[in-house]
Design a protein around this ligand. Sequence first.
Ligand SMILES: [Ca+2]
Ligand SMILES: [Ca+2]
Length: 300
Amino acid sequence: MGDRHFLGHFGTNTETLSLRNLPAHKYVRLSFDFYLILSWDGSRPAKMQYGPDVWKLKIANGPELISATFSTFNAHPGHDRQTFPDSYPGPEYIGMIGAAEKKTLGYKFFGRGCDSVYKLSFIVPHSAKDLKFIFSSSGLEDLANESWGLDNVKVEVIRELPKLSAEQFDKLWQQLESKDPMEAFEAFWTLVPATDAKQFLRKKLTGYSPPTKEQIKKLIVDLDNDDWKVRENASRRLSSLDATTAAQLTEALQSVKSPEVRARLKEIMDNIGSQKSAELMRIGRAKRLLKIITWQEEQN
Ligand SMILES: [Ca+2]
Ligand SMILES: [Ca+2]
């Protein structure tokens, strides 16, 4: 298209990138430009036709690195929600979120520019001599309707990486529950090759358990605490929970008299909404992270 040359157009076929006899290494960095061409419909449910449009990248006999829906629309309700940079099924974001380029390739759908480019690069643990990446997609319509391509594909082997400090780990853990999913994605792929990330994440996951009904009850009581800090803390913690706590909050709302507590409860319930809580999102990301970090051990 124009003066761009790339690998494609691909549809629901599977493409592989195989490397043999790699020199000794501990990690591999894969970088490429991912072209989304024409009318990708993102997470549109199968029962409504045209979707979901899922694209995957995995290591052969290894973990999925990306498995997400993509959309090339950002103002076309019903077609403009995608789960990338998170996994599918999962939270939904506006189409083309975080793309390096939007509508620059020159493809037109009903007269309008309809394409995007993601510049992706990540380091994965890998030490065997041979390596195979598998790129695939499912649910796509024909090539004249939607397809994908690859450009600037590059693989580098890496022997050693600098260690992260405790402060860096804490910052990445914070970013892993960021409201900006691209920031969480960055943190995710920084943690994957980090030495000691496995221990760090296991500790975080062991320390995590969803709050019990009793604990939630206590948090609701804390909303009326004399100390502003305690009230704020309780609000924040309750807001980070998911919709399963909604029934308990609704029940509490019926018997609350204090206007401030009522206001806080209503705000919390709005925050919880239908999306997964930030806390649960982070737990989900941490579990996916561990799968990628430990995939070679799991094979033995
Ligand atoms: Ca389409
Ligand atoms: Ca489609």
